[in-house]
Ligand binder design. Structure first.
Ligand SMILES: [Zn+2]
Length: 240
């Protein structure tokens, strides 16, 4: 339980656990999404969004790459067929919760309800029960881990992000921001929807995608979903 207790304390002391990237990676490698060195996990949060997600599906198809999509229950409710399309295209569907509220602002019961409603919505739309869970803003509390255990979900964050939600992001800035922190075995966080970001910010993400895939190929890393990432069992790390 030491890891879980430490992370809970971490989250309470500093809600933006995400800003402590190198520390988090060293202390919680599996939670950070560190997998086998020849692989990079490609993950997208906040969809499915009819305005943008189909463009990502087309680009990934063209590149012959599969990814993991962390879906929001409230977005799936509005576009269940698109959630199904993601899954039917061979991508991995994962859970980002129902709404998009930081768990630090929720009671344990609200946290559990958010995950359960989101999980049920994703499962009903896609026919697949999600395995991975990523909390909004990367903010995890003790209640986050407790809810994951109850629902059979595996929490995972990321090791490199593109800051693609910001007003100043460009395809080049997203690419360079990811590439700066990305190593073999890393997990990339991007967004295929602007529902929690600056309007149209997904266009920078989409523009960065081919640059990132080319970079991975040059480095000899295969890009793919988390299910192929080879992350070791998390039990020892987060006290499940
Ligand atoms: Zn999000």
């Amino acid at each position: 339980m030491a890891g879980l207790a430490a992370l809970g304390a971490f989250a309470q002391a500093a809600p933006m656990v995400t800003s402590l990237g190198p520390v988090r990676a060293a202390v919680f490698p599996r939670l950070t999404g560190l997998g086998r060195p020849g692989h990079v996990a490609l993950t997208f949060d906040d969809g499915p969004d009819p305005a943008s997600t189909p463009r990502f599906l087309d680009a990934l198809d063209e590149a012959g790459v599969r990814a993991t999509f962390f879906l929001l229950g409230r977005m799936v409710q509005r576009a269940p067929a698109l959630a199904r399309r993601i899954s039917d295209a061979g991508h991995e569907v994962a859970l980002h919760g129902w709404g998009h509220r930081a768990h630090i602002a929720l009671t344990p019961a609200q946290t559990l309800r958010d995950l359960r409603q989101g999980r049920d919505e994703v499962a009903s739309a896609t026919g697949r029960a999600p395995y991975w869970y990523r909390p909004p803003y990367g903010v995890a509390t003790a209640a986050t881990f407790s809810a994951c255990r109850k629902l059979g979900l595996r929490p995972v964050l990321w090791s490199a992000w593109g800051r693609d939600w910001t007003a100043t992001a460009t395809p080049e800035s997203v690419f360079h921001t990811v590439a700066r922190d990305l190593r073999g075995g890393g997990t990339i966080l991007l967004h295929d929807s602007d529902c929690t970001s600056k309007p149209e910010s997904w266009r920078s993400t989409l523009g960065a995608l081919p640059l990132l895939l080319e970079h991975c190929a040059e480095q000899g890393w295969k890009a793919g979903p988390l299910r192929e990432h080879g992350i070791a069992d998390a039990d020892a790390e987060i006290g499940s």
